[in-house]
Design a protein around this ligand. Sequence first.
Ligand SMILES: C[S@@+](CC[C@H](N)C(=O)[O-])C[C@H]1O[C@@H](n2cnc3c(N)ncnc32)[C@H](O)[C@@H]1O
Length: 88
Amino acid sequence: MHSIELSEKLYKHCVKRFRWKSRVKMHQGDSGVKLKDVLDTIKVRSLIFIDAHYCADDVTALGEVWIPVINEMKAIASHPIKKPRAYY
Ligand SMILES: C[S@@+](CC[C@H](N)C(=O)[O-])C[C@H]1O[C@@H](n2cnc3c(N)ncnc32)[C@H](O)[C@@H]1O
């Protein structure tokens, strides 16, 4: 399980929280950029939960945009495993 968090503080919190869970891999950065790097390591069909966004508070991070979903979708669309399915 991979998770991307922009906030360094929240990222460190999650690294500590999941330190005993070897299957959880945290990545710090903008998911609009990092998601492609993570997807490059994945060779099987996977569930991708898109939920990165600024919450207009003093805890969550604000990147280049409030919601990096356009670049996230581009990263998913460019992955060699085609026919992505959307679940609503
Ligand atoms: C609604 S929270 C995610 C909650 C999480 N999915 C859960 O179920 O507990 C949104 C998170 O996205 C982070 N965030 C905001 N912009 C981001 C970006 N460009 N890349 C990665 N994370 C981002 C915020 O710091 C915040 O922690």
